[in-house]
Write a protein that binds this ligand. Structure first.
Ligand code: AHR
Length: 509
């Protein structure tokens, strides 16, 4: 008798996996931009000053979309100061991260980098210190045809073709008291509605993301979503969610069950949005842009924005170093996102490089993968087509922070050609055997990869990251992992505290 049973049926489908689910985030924060994606003096810099090694790792990571320019940064950003001749741009003091921003990279440099790399940009407008006019002007600058003020400025700055940016965030975390220009839900809802209206009048083809809560722990959570959507429901396409997870006081079990917290958070935001829709008797469904998610030792390692000294020259801020345990949690969070593919079409791993990131660099030196790189890259590669509505029957464990949480989680995707991606987490400290019941279909597993959680203290640097990968990230011997296969059931063995991805085929019987 196996410890858990997972039922896969070709007709039980959750939703199409939108490629934008594998987005990431580059903010003007610490070394995300300068000495992250951009470092003109680096030996690997291209003719535009962007690091080729970082771009190559971004492709290997499978990132489809990048959110820019913030984050908290956007709430005091004057985008006009960072366009036009670089020599004429003036540095400004970014109050969000108390850092002098040199404005060497601005809208054009970022959008052209994204375009060259084939990555979809997701832009955010400043609704903290600015408002309707600056937001509409930025849409016109990016997407307008020749013959109007801001589009002509773009052309004068050397870019004739509109960029055609589709996805726009109406500010960032406006519910957070730390946000520059923080607002209450009514103030923000009204401003977002007016800014969004103007932005859509400039370009009706754009999609808008209204700010949801900065986390489920915010005191205004729920009420914030309801109020903000009451102003913007008919205008916006998505509501944002942000969530960061970390291990508190050695409570490993709760940390490993972070996916359960994310799962409940999504369900609650969906319920809040649907309640507003129901009251309005609307057939429209607001979907979720989970545009900041990751492991971040926010409470245990970060002193807080206001305690940062004023710094310049790309300071090292929130450069969390990750362990294999963190990587197992990241893999499990991806399982949760896939299982909500019907309501979460957009997501961004925050962030891409150096700042709580899967990619790290040294100025003038190497770029390397953190352990969290591997589950993300593998999921982005193997999760294709449609997410199945996977039924998991597994024992649960009691956790301090999240109550009952299943020991095993699973997500599966099937592409039109029958290729299967199967993603499994074993959150317990025991080996678990899992029956995969493939009802109405044959299943074969051909390739597997696993991340085993560690007990090591993470140490900065490429050598340490390589050692962690060598010890924790490996190809699965598929034959060895198979315990048996009979009567439409395949049984696999999962190592303790592990995240596993299998590729294979799933064809109708
Ligand atoms: O990703 C780091 C910061 O986390 C972002 O700037 C902000 O939106 C969130 O609080």
């Amino acid at each position: 008798m196996a410890d858990a049973r997972i039922t896969l049926h070709p007709d039980f489908r959750r939703g199409v996996v939108d490629r934008r689910l594998f987005g990431s985030f580059v903010e003007h924060l610490g070394r995300a931009v300068y000495t992250g994606i951009f470092e003109p003096d680096h030996p690997a810099a291209d003719e535009h000053g962007f690091r080729r090694d970082v771009a190559d790792l971004t492709h290997e990571l499978g990132v489809s979309m990048v959110r820019y320019p913030g984050g908290n940064f956007v709430s005091n950003y004057v985008w006009e100061d960072a366009v036009g001749p670089v020599a004429e741009r003036k540095p400004f003091l970014d109050l969000a991260w108390r850092t002098v921003e040199p404005n060497l990279v601005g809208t054009d440099e970022f959008l052209q980098w994204a375009e060259r790399e084939g990555i979809e940009p997701m832009m955010a407008v400043n609704l903290g210190t600015r408002g309707v006019a600056a937001a509409a002007a930025l849409v016109e600058y990016c997407n307008g045809e020749a013959g109007t003020r801001w589009a002509d400025l773009r052309i004068a700055n050397g870019r004739t073709e509109p960029y055609g940016v589709t996805l726009w965030c109406l500010g960032n975390e406006m519910d957070g008291p730390w946000q520059i220009g923080h607002k209450d839900a009514h103030e923000y809802g009204k401003l977002a509605a007016e800014a969004g209206k103007a932005m859509k009048l400039v370009d009706p083809s754009i999609s808008l993301v209204v700010c949801g809560s900065s986390s489920m722990q915010m005191p205004t959570f729920g009420e914030w979503e309801r109020t903000v959507l009451s102003y913007t429901y008919d205008l916006v396409d998505h509501i944002s969610m942000h969530a960061y997870y970390e291990e508190h006081d050695g409570d490993r079990a709760s940390f490993l069950a972070s996916g359960t917290a994310m799962d409940r958070f999504i369900d609650r935001v969906v319920a809040s949005a649907d309640a507003v829709g129901a009251e309005r008797r609307s057939d429209k469904k607001i979907t979720i842009s989970f545009d900041e998610w990751n492991v971040w030792y926010l409470e245990t390692r970060f002193p807080g924005e206001a305690n940062l000294p004023i710094q310049r020259d790309a300071p090292r801020i929130i450069e969390d170093v990750y362990s294999a345990l963190d990587a197992v949690v990241v893999g499990d969070l991806l399982v949760t996102l896939l299982n909500h593919a019907d309501r979460v079409p957009v997501a961004a791993l925050a962030q891409l490089v150096n700042v709580i990131a899967p990619i790290m660099t040294e100025p003038g030196g190497e770029a390397w993968r953190q352990p969290t790189f591997y589950p993300f890259a593998t999921t982005a590669r193997l999760a294709r087509g449609t997410a199945l509505d996977v039924r998991v029957d597994a024992p649960s464990l009691r956790t301090e922070r999240h109550g009952e949480a299943p020991v095993v989680t699973a997500a599966a995707t099937v592409d039109d050609d029958g290729s299967l991606g199967l993603f499994l987490t074993n959150r317990s400290d025991q080996v678990v055997e899992v029956d995969l019941a493939h009802v109405g279909a044959t299943l074969s597993l051909t390739e597997g990869h696993q991340m085993l959680a560690d007990h090591e203290t993470a140490v900065h640097g490429p050598e340490h990251a390589a050692k962690v990968a060598e010890a924790s990230w490996s190809a699965v011997d598929v034959a060895g992992a198979l315990v048996g296969s009979a009567d439409g059931t395949t049984t696999v063995r999962l190592a303790p505290e592990s995240w596993t991805a299998f590729a294979g085929t799933f064809a109708r019987a």
